[in-house]
Design a protein around this ligand. Structure first.
Ligand code: FAD
Length: 463
């Protein structure tokens, strides 16, 4: 009988198309391990919304393993210590895991590899970041040439099914319920029922998206519609592989209609590519000049933004959707983020941390890339003086129904007025039951005023 193999799960909580699972299964009977490591990520410890997701995802993976005669061993502590301990306890011939690119994951790998036979596999991304290289062998920092070069490796090999698994004896572990991943007092997760975490939930979400994937390019920017895939939390925890999603969409939809979607999957890889090159991208601006922008210390304004009380309906709708469901539409993420860093002139890292705590799809690469892109501080960003005009954006992308859904105090307003209620005729406000400053806030800053203040702060920084 061959020696046991240890599968070390991280944000790759699936059995299908999971190269570490396949590699271990081929080598011998397996023990499946997940370690809750709150220390290694430091201040990037998993946020509250994603911990809710993690709980349900681990429960789902545990059920899937149990259905095959195994179980998921749960342990808490520094993964760099716990993984070798478990490997030694079961007499593992090797530890099998997927490669991840967060700085703490790299550090864990380096430590584990010193004391155990660590086998790392590609499978969290479309391509390993260091394999997409420019002509001279250098790394890319700009999306478009990187995307073009990635095509040399696309399409990747087709995804692989769940392998046959035999299980080795596993030591005792923790009870998931004892980890306290779910909120209790207060339980703010009532609105999270829109999600079904786990591998089966991810597959069902993909199947739903395939029905509308052909219209992705026209629908994705309209927050009032469900035009995007909403696969981000499933991808963030690795319940589905990006390769599975790529192949399913490429097969279901004609090439021209599939391209805009596949390109977004590319952005996910690109974000990991930037994080791999700049491990502190979540904390340090890609362009040093942004260290000298004099951000405002404005806790009341920050709280108004977090709670969806800025007086700008599109921003408030987005922030409330985020709080209620752990997710926000991409177009609205850009508008809300821009509003914080430009109109309110509050440090992008404050917004980034709020998103980190509230998003079920929190991903260090994508979140830091998104915030630095909006700020204009990233290595591949739009210029600082691109300032989203919330009212124009809200009208252009027909956000009326979205606002009525998430800002119910404006539910009686017509499309013509809902994007900027302070410009509505008093008669219209009365008819809609809205009293500005009472039932719904007046704007906390004027668009022109906020814009001018941001541009002045930036001009001062580059002087
Ligand atoms: C300020 C800001 C913060 C963000 N933070 C995160 C984050 O923490 N985690 C995260 O997954 N995305 C983040 N994004 C990117 C994007 O908003 C989400 O990936 C997208 O809204 C998820 O919805 P979807 O699955 O329906 O996306 P779809 O439009 O269906 O796209 C398919 C998949 O492509 C990937 N993707 C799409 N756009 C991007 C992008 N710009 N960057 C990286 N990957 C992308 C996601 O994995 C997504 O699930 C952020 C964007 C901004 C502007």
């Amino acid at each position: 009988m061959s020696a046991p193999q240890l599968i070390w799960f991280r944000n790759d909580l699936r059995l299908a198309d999971q190269a570490a699972v396949a590699g271990a299964a081929k080598a011998g009977p397996v023990v499946a391990l997940f370690v809750l490591d709150n220390e290694a990520p430091g201040h990037w410890r998993m946020g509250a919304a994603q911990r809710w997701w993690l709980h349900h995802s681990l429960a789902s993976l545990g059920r899937d393993l149990a259905a095959r005669g195994g179980r998921l061993l749960l342990r808490r502590g520094a993964a760099a210590d716990v993984v070798p301990q478990v490997a030694a306890a079961i007499g593992a011939a090797a530890v099998h895991t997927l490669t991840h690119y967060e700085p703490w994951a790299k550090a864990q790998d380096a430590t584990v590899a010193r004391v155990a036979a660590l086998k790392r596999y590609h499978g969290a991304l479309l391509a390993p970041p260091a394999s997409v290289l420019a002509g001279g062998g250098g790394r890319y920092r700009i999306f478009t040439p990187w995307w073009r070069k990635l095509q040399d490796q696309m399409p990747s090999a087709p995804p692989r099914p769940v392998p046959d698994l035999a299980f080795a004896e596993a030591p005792a572990g923790d009870e998931l319920a004892d980890w306290g991943l779910l909120p209790t007092r207060p339980d703010w997760s009532g609105g999270f029922g829109v999600w079904t975490p786990g591998e089966a939930g991810a597959a069902a979400q993909l199947a739903r998206f395939l029905d509308v994937a052909r219209d992705y390019d026209s629908g994705r920017n309209l927050p009032s519609q469900e035009g995007s895939s909403r696969l981000s939390p499933h991808l963030a925890l690795g319940e589905i592989s990006v390769r599975q999603v790529w192949h399913a969409v490429a097969e279901a939809v004609p090439a021209a209609a599939a391209e805009p979607y596949l390109r977004e999957l590319g952005w996910r890889d690109f974000a990991a590519n930037i994080l791999d090159q700049f491990p502190d991208h979540g904390d340090v601006p890609g362009r040093a000049v942004f260290d000298s922008v004099a951000f405002r210390d404005a806790p009341d304004d920050l709280r108004a933004w977090q709670q969806g009380r800025t007086g700008y309906p599109i921003v408030d709708a987005g922030m409330r959707q985020l709080w209620a469901t752990g997710w926000m539409h991409n177009r609205v993420r850009m508008i809300a983020a821009s509003f914080l860093v430009k109109h309110l002139l509050i440090d992008w890292r404050q917004g980034e941390r709020w998103f980190w705590d509230c998003l079920v799809d929190a991903d260090l690469g994508a979140n830091s890339l998104g915030w630095q892109w909006v700020m204009g501080s990233g290595v591949d960003s739009s210029p600082f003086n691109r300032i989203f005009a919330p009212v124009t954006q809200s009208a252009k992308f027909a956000a009326g129904d979205y606002i009525r859904r998430w800002v119910p105090e404006l539910a009686g307003m017509r499309d013509a007025d809902i994007h900027a209620p302070w410009e509505a005729e008093p008669m219209m406000l009365r008819a809609a039951g809205v009293t500005l400053g009472r039932s719904y806030p007046l704007p906390i800053v004027g668009h022109a005023e906020g814009r001018a203040r941001a541009l002045a702060a930036y001009a001062h920084a580059v002087e």
